[in-house]
Ligand binder design. Sequence first.
Ligand code: GRF
Length: 220
Amino acid sequence: MTATRKCRLVVLISGRGSNLQAILDQAASGELPVDIVAVISNRPGVQGLERARQASVPALELDHKAFPDRPEFETALSKLIDRQYPDLVILAGFMRILTPGFTGHYRGRLLNIHPSLLPKFPGLHTHERALTAGDTEHGATIHFVTEELDGGPIIVQARVPVLPNDDPDTLAARVLAQEHRLYPQAIRWFAEGRVRLAGEQVEFDGQPLTAPLRLESFAG
Ligand code: GRF
């Protein structure tokens, strides 16, 4: 945002929160110019909430099961989020499908991480599916969220090799290690104003992206 005001970040989670941890760590060390103003989980009692508390970040629960339907849950979720006045909202292992009303409200300031090289393998079980397809390369993607599930404009991807003896767990672990570098990088670019959504296109340093950025090209 500016030298005096950091990007206000809300993180939505549903579970373990290892991506959240990577972001908390980089924010605490000053590498990431964000104020994590709240972590919100739709599942009570998950590990990610504890990680937030350990970092003295407000950890909020909003159990989707307490609501009669998806729109009512999302209305309550939006209220909770908007009360934090976020500049950026990120999905970090948030396992609820979002309706167009919600994604439209946060258009251009809502990011997701997905464990595949989108547009390959939207949805679940991405590591199994990469192995079944015989792919030699796999990875993770950060994209702006639009109404199409895992289908919004892509910012950046990290690639890993698929090795001969991989099973879904070994492959997932290799991808996850990259996810922990990928999300902080994308958030940093957003917070610095280097990445934005212009219509249907991602702009990086004022130029439309013609292909996803590759994390390897920026690794320091
Ligand atoms: C990650 O693999 C992420 O890509 C996917 O869900 C997983 C969340 O892991 N959307 P964690 O909760 O951040 O550890």
